[in-house]
Design a protein around this ligand. Structure first.
Ligand SMILES: *[C@@H]1O[C@H](CO)[C@@H](O)[C@H](O)[C@H]1NC(C)=O
Ligand SMILES: *[C@@H]1O[C@H](CO)[C@@H](O)[C@H](O)[C@H]1NC(C)=O
Ligand SMILES: *[C@@H]1O[C@H](CO)[C@@H](O)[C@H](O)[C@H]1NC(C)=O
Ligand SMILES: *[C@@H]1O[C@H](CO)[C@@H](O)[C@H](O)[C@H]1NC(C)=O
Length: 295
């Protein structure tokens, strides 16, 4: 039984209902005739962070398998994830080839067990994904604070430059390599004793801000691409705090340690000299008594 091909589905919700109903009808027919049915994919979603890119869709297949194809706007369709029973496909390898291209993917449904002759069974059901342009659409991953230091009235914070899977000549590029000055970092900082936040921005990965030398500060960072219309901001990094007391604690610890050390040394010296003293006295006593014993 040839399965009729349908054009890309414009409205997912009704398409789902129609697909499920059709699937049920097919299943009844298939049960009677011994052939299998296919169900079109729906809800195709790009999941992409720092260029790591996965296409996801629904539903879990029962009697069919999926093949994913990807293409640039002008290019040929290329098969990825051939005849799978998963509902996701990693397309990172393809989209990192040119992060400024616009890509389109589609998910094809084939009857299971009919893998060899799938092509001959007429055009398979397929559904197109939304368009995807990595440079604009990939989400910025949560940044990490690489190091920080508060010296006198300066607080320096350095953000880790995340590595991506985009390559040039076998070298993996960092976010900064790819986005250049389009990428900025925002620093949110506040006195540990209050909650009023201040912000600073940099188009490098380093901040150097003026602070009050008496205070401890807490801060976190966020990656931002202001030129984007959507997906501008990353999740904020975890919060770090400077700890000036801890340094004093450490010094105190060191001093106490030194004092304890000196005391122990003194006690040892005292013990040793006391012991020697007593030995000398005992020796004397023994010498005094010995002539008596011998005699
Ligand atoms: C579509 O997929 C997204 C993410 O994969 C999920 O959160 C959402 O619930 C799905 N929508 C429907 C209608 O199933
Ligand atoms: C992508 O486009 C941006 C802005 O249009 C540009 O600055 C960047 O150099 C381009 N990157 C590549 C790899 O072509
Ligand atoms: C903090 O950064 C500034 C500017 O980059 C630099 O001049 C200074 O030496 C740094 N201070 C510390 C303690 O690293
Ligand atoms: C990559 O390698 C080629 C040839 O080895 C060289 O011509 C080109 O400049 C390199 N590109 C970069 C960005 O380093």
């Amino acid at each position: 039984m040839a399965i009729p091909a349908r054009p890309p589905v414009p409205r997912p919700e009704t398409a789902v209902a129609r697909t499920l109903l059709l699937g049920w009808v097919f299943a009844q027919v298939a049960g009677a005739t011994g052939t299998t049915d296919t169900v079109a994919a729906y809800n195709l979603t790009w999941k992409s962070t720092n260029f790591k890119t996965i296409l996801e869709w629904q539903p879990k297949p029962i009697n069919h398998v999926y093949t994913v194809q990807i293409s640039t706007k002008s290019g040929d369709w290329k098969n990825k994830c051939f005849h799978i029973t998963d509902t996701e496909c990693d397309l990172t390898d393809e989209i990192v080839k040119d992060v400024n291209q616009t890509y389109l993917a589609r998910v094809l449904s084939y009857p299971a067990g009919d893998v060899g002759s799938a092509g001959s069974a007429g055009e398979p059901l397929f559904v197109n994904s939304p368009e995807f342009t990595p440079y604009l659409d990939t989400n910025l991953g949560q940044p990490t604070i690489k190091s920080f230091e508060q010296v006198w009235t300066k607080l320096n914070v350095t953000v880790q430059d995340a590595r991506t899977l985009v390559r040039i000549n076998d070298t993996f590029l960092s976010l900064r390599d790819i986005f250049g000055k389009d990428l900025i970092y925002t620093l949110y900082y506040w006195r540990a004793s209050s909650t009023g936040k201040k912000t600073a921005k940099t188009n490098t990965n380093a901040f150097s801000i003026d602070v009050d030398k008496e205070e401890n500060y807490c801060f976190n960072v966020q990656a931002v691409i202001p030129s984007r219309k959507a997906n501008q901001k990353s999740v904020e990094s975890t919060i770090e705090c400077t700890s000036r007391e801890k340094v004093d604690f450490r010094e105190m610890f060191f001093i106490i340690g030194a004092v304890v050390f000196v005391v122990i040394i003194l006690v040892i010296i005292l013990a040793v000299s006391l012991h020697k003293c007593r030995k000398a006295r005992v020796g004397q006593g023994w010498k005094e008594n010995s002539p008596l014993n011998v005699a």
